[in-house]
Design a protein around this ligand. Sequence first.
Ligand code: SAH
Length: 270
Amino acid sequence: MTKTPPRGGRFPASLNEAASKASQPQATLRPQRTLNEAARDQRLLAVPTGLGLDSATVRQRMVERLRADGARCEPALQAMASVSRHLFVDTALATQAYEDTSLPIGLGQTISKPSVVARMIEWLYLGDGSRQRGHLGRVMEIGTGCGYQAAVLAQLSSHVLSIERLKPLHELAARHLRAQHVPRTQLFYGDGMLGYAPRAPYDSIIAAAGGDDIPQAWLDQLAVGGRLVAPATAADGQGQVLVVVDRFPDGLRRTLGEVVQFVPLKSGIK
Ligand code: SAH
C-alpha cells in the first residue's frame, strides 16, 4: 500500500486516481501472517489482566495510527473505532489486538490486519468511480473467520451476509457477534465460492480469501451500481492482486488494485 497518500480523511478524487496509485509499485498488503510467525508471538504473550483494552481510547489510538499511515476512508475508520477487536481473538493474543497485525484464529486462519480491513472497505466506498458511495447497502462477505470484519461492515451497511466454509470458525464468529450484539448481520455456513443466490443481488461484495479468479457466482450476484473487491491470483500467476469489479447497466468493469497476500479461497465445506 502506498505510504504517502494525501492526508486529512479525503478519498482519491476518482477511481482512476486510486487505480493509477494502485498500479505504482507498492508494498505487499499481508493481511495474514504465516502461522509460524503468529504462533511464535502467541508463545511470547501472557494472558492480559487489567490492561484497559475495553477503553475507547485504545481503539481510537489504533485508528489514529492507521490514519497516520495513510488510511483515508473515514466511515471505515469510525466503524473500526467502535468495534472491540480484542474480543474477536484469543485472550492470550488480546494485548496485540490493536496493533496493525494479523493474528491466528485457529484452523490455520487469521484475523486480517486492521490496515487491510480499512483499505478493502475504502475500495468498496469508492463506488463506481464517478462518485463516492455514502453507504455500502446490502453486503456479502466471503470468509467470516472470527467475524471482526463482518462487525465493522455491519456499521456501514443495511445488511451483511457473511459466509464461512469452516464450521468451527462459523460458530466462533456467531458467538462473537451475538456477544457483542452486532446488528443487521447474518452468518451462513457454506461454500462462499457459490455466493448466496437467495439473497442476491448485493450492492457490495468483499472477499477475505483469494482464488485463481473471481467466481462467476459473485459476478452474477452483484447489483447494478454495485462493487466487488476481492483478491485473486495475479495475471503472471505469481502472488495475488486486488480485483475491483463494478456492475454498470451495460456490463462489468474490472480494475486492478494493489498486490496483496490473503489466505487461499477453497471450495467445499469442512
Ligand atoms: N474476515 C476475517 C478474515 C478471515 S480469514 C476477518 O475479519 O479477519 C479468511 C477466511 O476465509 C478463513 O476463515 C477461511 O476459512 C475462509 N474461506 C476460504 N475459502 C472460503 C470459501 N470458499 N467460502 C467461505 N469461506 C472461505
